[in-house]
Design a protein around this ligand. Structure first.
Ligand SMILES: [Zn+2]
Length: 509
């Protein structure tokens, strides 16, 4: 938008103020409030994840390709200053699209959010790199890497002087994502370093490769399919500065009003609520595993998502689900009302504990074409059976729970098992055994009594007929005849006999 302010003054020829005609407005002319014509409109603002939305009557004015929307209480002075400064910021940017900039009173909306062509924020410093960063995200992609956009904002503002950069091999924040600028994750000093690195990176990249190539990198940084290009560019910059680092290909972006931040990966968009309190913490206060690291510990948070994204990939591969469309939303929420579940109609997972991620994910990849008639042993049994497979975060908790929490639910059979084996519960196989023992003890309630009984039955089927065959039966053709000549009821009886034969000792009082 390489227009001077002169051409912005298109609505009212109130230029008599300066005693000259419209064409003769001096270059250093500032915009006057009388020049702006407002139309009142109801503006809807809703954020990704669907947990925040509002409708507000706002006064809107379109100047060139930018529509400004101000909440009524925003003063004339602030409005004029905003339009004037924003126009200046946009002078050197080829936006390539119309922009809508919505400015709220801080009491209505004290945040910032960008989506394709739209900026939502409150009255702020209109000359700041931070404000330009959110505009750049509205233009080039809302999930653009924060540091890359921020560095470019400084480049456009001519603020390219950086203090001496300190590159340290063990610096945690080289990814330059939103969390690296987040006061709950990084100290002020670390944020200053990240800002300097961002600015130096962009300056250096544009100097070497040109601005057009940089724009490609900026766009790639917010697109999960292209992010590897941005990652390579940033890794190249570090290598030149003597630092070898492997950056993730997961995007950490803004969370808007409802969430602390967003994580975008190949398989899902994940939203983390502010001050997430893991439900595990109330049941196991002494077990520090549930310490709420998702809102304050950068290294643990990065590890958690890197590991879980890798596990999602493994589960997809394991179930052979090429058709799966990955439009899944996953939310870490505090409201216990939401509890933990996967909702098929909206294709959304809601979690209240870090350890439930894979269980619900298995539901999401296995339940998609199942019907209302799908029984608990199938849906929950499958999730409970497979969550043992790739679950780096749940396994240590289960070990802890079985060895220390056995008495919580009066599960004395676990203590019996520990006593019998003469050692603590250790391996995945032990946990499978405990599933079978519990299923034996509750067998009279049938197959759909607990998740565990379903898992035990599936485990039995897999041992009898082979894993691929059982998965095909459960997920693909649903035809028992293709698996066995037995009836379903006969199979269930066989499973109960198996439990009886192997675990009868646990039934003794
Ligand atoms: Zn479940």
């Amino acid at each position: 938008m390489k227009k001077t302010l002169k051409s912005l003054l298109i609505f009212f020829a109130c230029v008599t103020l300066f005693g000259c005609t419209n064409e003769e407005i001096p270059k250093d002319e500032t915009i006057q409030k009388e020049d702006i014509v407002y139309i009142t409109k109801q503006i809807t603002h809703s954020e990704a994840g669907g947990f925040f939305g509002m409708k507000t009557f706002m006064e809107t004015a379109t100047i060139e390709n930018v529509t400004y929307c101000f909440e009524k209480s925003v003063s004339e002075e602030d409005r004029v200053y905003c339009i004037e400064q924003t126009s200046k910021l946009l002078e050197n940017i080829d936006t390539g699209k119309d922009l809508t900039i919505c400015i709220y009173d801080k009491t209505t909306y004290d945040n910032e959010y960008a989506s394709d062509g739209f900026v939502y924020t409150s009255v702020r410093d209109w000359q700041s790199a931070e404000y330009l960063t959110v505009i750049l995200r509205a233009i080039y992609g809302e999930y653009c890497n924060y540091g890359t956009a921020y560095g470019y904002a400084n480049y456009l503002l001519g603020n390219t002087e950086t203090s001496d950069l300190k590159f340290e091999a063990d610096f945690e924040f080289y990814d330059l994502n939103d969390l690296c600028f987040h006061p709950n994750f990084a100290t002020d000093e670390q944020i200053d370093i990240v800002k300097s690195i961002s600015t130096a990176f962009v300056k250096e990249y544009i100097k070497t490769n040109g601005e057009e190539s940089f724009i490609d990198i900026l766009k790639a940084s917010g697109d999960v399919k292209e992010i590897v290009k941005a990652k390579n560019a940033l890794e190249g910059f570090y290598e030149k500065n003597g630092i070898k680092t492997e950056l993730p290909t997961i995007i950490f972006g803004p969370g808007g009003e409802a969430f602390d931040y967003t994580v975008i990966c190949e398989y899902a968009s994940i939203y983390i609520i502010e001050d997430f309190i893991d439900t595990g913490a109330s049941y196991y206060p002494e077990y520090t595993f549930f310490d709420g690291f998702l809102n304050n510990n950068y290294v643990k948070t990065m590890d958690y998502f890197i590991v879980n994204v890798e596990q999602m990939k493994k589960y997809q591969y394991h179930f052979g689900l090429d058709y799966y469309d990955n439009s899944l939303e996953i939310m870490f929420l505090n409201n216990t009302e939401f509890s933990i579940y996967f909702s098929r109609p909206v294709h959304q997972i809601r979690l209240n504990s870090i350890i439930s991620f894979m269980h619900e994910y298995i539901h999401s990849v296995t339940m998609l074409d199942w019907t209302q008639e799908t029984e608990k042993w199938e849906s929950e049994g499958l999730a409970a059976y497979y969550e043992f497979l790739y679950n780096e975060y749940a396994l240590p908790f289960w070990y802890y729970d079985r060895n220390n929490g056995a008495e919580i639910y009066g599960h004395t059979y676990i203590l019996d098992y520990i006593e019998k084996s003469g050692r603590p519960v250790e391996t995945v196989d032990d946990l499978r055994e405990l599933d079978n023992i519990y299923s034996y003890l509750t067998r009279k309630h049938g197959l759909n009594y607990t998740y565990t009984s379903g898992a035990s039955f599936i485990s039995y089927l897999i041992n009898q007929f082979g894993e691929r065959e059982v998965l095909d039966y459960m997920l693909v053709h649903h035809s028992l005849k293709k698996l066995t000549d037995q009836t379903f009821d006969e199979l269930v009886e066989d499973w109960k006999d198996f439990l009886e034969e192997n675990y009868w000792e646990y039934g003794r009082k």
